[in-house]
Design a binder for this molecule. Structure first.
Ligand code: MN
Length: 535
């Protein structure tokens, strides 16, 4: 039976803290986007290289797409434990069991609300009991049943007591004891709403160690949200008080203000090992590239002043600091860029770079390509290198995502003509292709991009609403490649499309078409799976 560090690291003893990454579940959930299963697999491979202990790959019952992604990751990824999320609902747990069947190490993560607010708010129906007291008894029975059912599929079951941060501690102890008694190997104490402060959250973890009689049979896990900017501090406080697993996401992406940023937790434990006396298995040198990949895939930029992975995290600007730094780097630097893999020399590729050089570079950036993907990317690379002379890593990543991770089937921009100018009415003519089909349309707009979008909307007959549109230069210089990111919403479903080109209008058109194609992807239904009921 596989359980993270139970034997070596009982709750509260010095030793290893297991790192549980939920970028693909809690992180993706909040990005307003759904990653395709191939993108999720690429990211999971990178998380395996980062050597996290657990990858939470998704919530299989939420959609056929997510089921497929978890199944793919479970089959392909070696090393980390692959985990899937569920409610305490039979259908959810059965879906987890199915999706995880091929995993070498599998974990089901199931749980239920523990705070009065959650219990009264989410379980109003009288079948759960008439009073809060009756409902509380029912919750514990449901928790017990869910853990037992999950144990019939896997040996490793994590139980979460949602909104633990606002729960009545005495009730939380009871619920956790029941979950462990039913076979939970890990117990997760989420501060779902980011409500607690470090000393208080630490005390809560300590009180579990002291008050739950069977706690030694499970690992305590911390899962903190950043609503008050305290997710990392709370996580560290939990670890100091006995937690031996920490949950979070790369770059701190996640619901609302995000989850605890794993790179910050790990680097704090590492830089201040003298203080925490804990270590993790993570290979911190992979943080820079993992951060870049997450930012690229979810379309969420990393602020320059972000701790550990921000663009300015290692740059010194004030005169006094620079002077001191040059005399002795330790004066103003507690970590070094090389520690997180940010120090690698910037390799510049040109049109003379061969296929092998391109493959080698993408490999170093964390992307393993099939022969066909390499061919495709190489053709695009040559066109870009011709226009741009020097191709940087950022260009390469953008191009790669555009080429490989675009929706595989659907509309592509075949022809684009824009008429625009100071006193002109912006007009766009577009021709889109899909398999053998070709359609054309023209439209007027408030600006050239607006005109293009109206023309594409006419061609594809979409009613989707444009929620957000961003365009940025990937690298410096007037010849820089532009990347456009488009968020569309249709029937309550949101997708993100991306497009790249040295022409920003063309990049915008491609991004819009890519987003529309992504709506199409969701129509895939797996045999034997009804669409999620939600909740
Ligand atoms: Mn969460």
């Amino acid at each position: 039976m596989y359980t993270v560090g139970v034997r070596e690291t009982q709750n509260g003893n010095p030793g290893q803290v297991a790192v549980f990454d939920t970028t693909l579940r809690d992180g993706e959930q909040a990005a307003g986007t759904r990653l395709g299963s191939r993108e999720k697999l690429t990211l999971a491979r990178q998380l395996a290289r980062l050597r996290v202990d657990v990858i939470e790959a998704g919530y299989p019952a939420s959609s056929p797409e997510d089921y497929q992604a978890v199944e793919l990751i479970a089959r392909e990824i070696e090393g980390p434990t692959i985990c899937a999320l569920s409610r305490v609902v039979e259908r959810d747990i059965v879906a987890c069991g199915g999706a995880l069947a091929k995993a070498r190490r599998a974990r089901i993560h199931t749980g239920i609300g523990a705070s009065d607010i959650h219990i009264m708010g989410k379980f109003r129906d009288e079948r759960y009991g008439r009073t809060l007291g009756e409902k509380k008894v029912t919750m514990i029975e449901m928790a017990r049943g869910a853990v037992k059912l999950a144990r019939t599929f896997v040996d490793d079951v994590e139980f979460y007591a949602e909104d633990s941060g606002r729960a009545d501690p005495a009730y939380l102890f009871e619920m956790i004891e029941a979950a462990i008694d039913a076979g939970a190997t890990v117990v997760n104490i989420p501060d779902t709403t980011g409500y607690t402060v470090p000393e208080q959250y630490g005390r809560l973890i300590r009180s579990l160690v002291e008050n739950v009689p069977n706690i030694a049979r499970a690992v305590i896990s911390v899962h903190c949200h950043n609503d008050l900017g305290l997710a990392v501090s709370n996580s560290l406080s939990g670890i100091q008080n006995g937690a031996r697993q920490v949950e979070g996401t790369v770059n701190g992406v996640g619901e609302r203000a995000g989850n605890a940023a794993l790179e910050e937790v790990v680097m704090a434990l590492r830089t201040r090992r003298d203080y925490f006396a804990q270590y993790t298995n993570v290979d911190a040198r992979e943080f820079a590239r993992t951060s870049r990949m997450v930012s690229e895939m979810l379309g969420i930029a990393v602020p320059p002043n972000k701790a550990v992975v921000g663009g300015n995290a290692f740059s010194h600007s004030s005169g006094i600091h620079v002077d001191g730094f040059l005399k002795e780097r330790l004066t103003y630097e507690i970590m070094q860029p090389a520690d997180i893999g940010a120090a690698e020399s910037r390799v510049v590729l040109t049109a003379r770079t061969g296929r092998a050089g391109l493959r080698d570079r993408l490999d170093k950036l964390g992307y393993a390509l099939s022969a066909q993907e390499l061919d495709q990317t190489y053709q695009r690379f040559l066109v870009l290198a011709d226009k741009k002379t020097e191709v940087f890593d950022e260009d390469l990543l953008t191009l790669f995502h555009d080429e490989i991770h675009g929706a595989p089937e659907g509309w592509s921009v075949d022809y684009l003509h824009i008429y625009s100018g100071t006193n002109a009415i912006p007009t766009a003519t577009v021709r889109l292709k899909r398999a053998e089909e070709t359609r054309e349309a023209a439209a007027l707009g408030d600006g050239p991009v607006d005109a293009v979008y109206k023309a594409i909307a006419a061609v594809t007959r979409t009613n989707a609403r444009l929620v957000k549109y961003e365009v940025r230069a990937v690298t410096g210089g007037a010849g820089a490649m532009g990347e456009a990111v488009v968020h569309l919403e249709d029937n309550g479903r949101r997708v993100v499309g991306r497009g790249a080109s040295t022409d920003v209008i063309e990049a915008s058109a491609k991004a819009y078409a890519d987003a529309i194609n992504r709506f199409g992807l969701s129509e895939v239904t797996l045999p034997g799976m009804e669409p999620a009921a939600g909740g």
